[in-house]
Design a protein around this ligand. Structure first.
Ligand SMILES: [Zn+2]
Length: 270
């Protein structure tokens, strides 16, 4: 299995990230994509990926859109040249917390979509309470490959994203008896070739996990718990879903093909 989204640069992993990665591997999670949420954190993510044999993304989360400046996209472009960086993001819109003004969020979301398209890299997208604006932006920019990570929306939102060709990332939200029940039904409507699994560690500890982890920290070793919840919801064997979602992650992130070298991807200087 591959955890396509874990925030291992978070301070809660500072002292034991090697053990966390070892526990994940022991639980059958062969790799992890470390999420980049600011330019600085994306550098950190790429270094963690290099040190522990993982992968990383390079991007700015909508919460941090207000901190972007004229150098941000150039920095991300440079970080994306790291051989362990496999996607641009996480980027998108978050109209739930509204930590950054909407115009800033939209501007930097679009700039990162354009960067992903320019580099020919998949996009790791965040959308919270931002439908349908999020779909309108995707529709007008048409990234080649993108995942709506940590999908928590309703049926119309799911089908809009599927129609746009997006992959759908499911987290332990589906294990939440208070706010994730709708996902239990919806997961059956995700075509098997579009489903990806993730923990979004250290956030979103599955609420039905027993015992609950210390300090309520989620970690990639709990991905099989999410797999089992998805399998129950889909009415299919977990082994089958594990094989499919792993294959999807490899296809989505192009883990089987070596990336063209940085210089080959960069447009020629005028
Ligand atoms: Zn997110």
């Amino acid at each position: 299995m591959i955890d396509i989204g874990a925030n291992l640069t978070h301070s809660s992993f500072r002292d034991d990230v090697a053990e966390v990665v070892a526990r994940a591997r022991g639980a059958g999670v062969e790799s992890i994509v470390v999420t980049g949420t600011t330019a600085g954190e994306s550098v950190h993510a790429s270094l963690l990926a290099e040190e522990h044999g993982l992968y990383a993304t390079a991007g700015v989360h909508p919460h941090h859109a207000r901190e972007c400046d004229a150098h941000t996209i150039d920095r991300l472009r440079e970080i994306a040249q790291h051989p362990r960086v496999v996607a641009i993001g996480e980027c998108g819109l978050d109209f739930n917390r509204n930590y950054s003004p909407h115009p800033d969020q939209e501007r930097w979301f679009v700039a990162q979509l354009e960067l992903g398209i320019e580099l020919g890299m998949p996009l790791f997208l965040h959308s919270r309470d931002a439908y349908p604006r999020f779909s309108e932006i995707i529709r007008s920019h048409k990234p080649q490959k993108a995942v709506a990570h940590c999908f928590t929306g309703e049926k119309d939102e799911l089908h809009a994203y599927l129609d746009l060709g997006l992959y759908i990332g499911i987290t332990g939200w589906i294990c939440d008896e208070r706010r994730g029940q709708h996902l239990v039904k919806l997961v059956r409507e995700i075509p098997p070739e579009r489903l990806l699994l993730e923990t979004d560690s250290p956030y979103l500890v599955p609420r039905d996990l027993r015992p609950q982890p210390k300090a309520r920290r989620n970690e990639p070793a709990f991905l099989p718990h999410i797999l089992r919840a998805v399998a129950r919801a889909a009415g299919r064997p977990p082994e089958e879903i594990a094989a499919e979602t792993t294959r999807n992650a490899r296809d989505f992130l192009e883990l089987n093909e070596p990336r063209p070298s940085a210089s080959a991807q960069r447009p020629l200087a005028a």
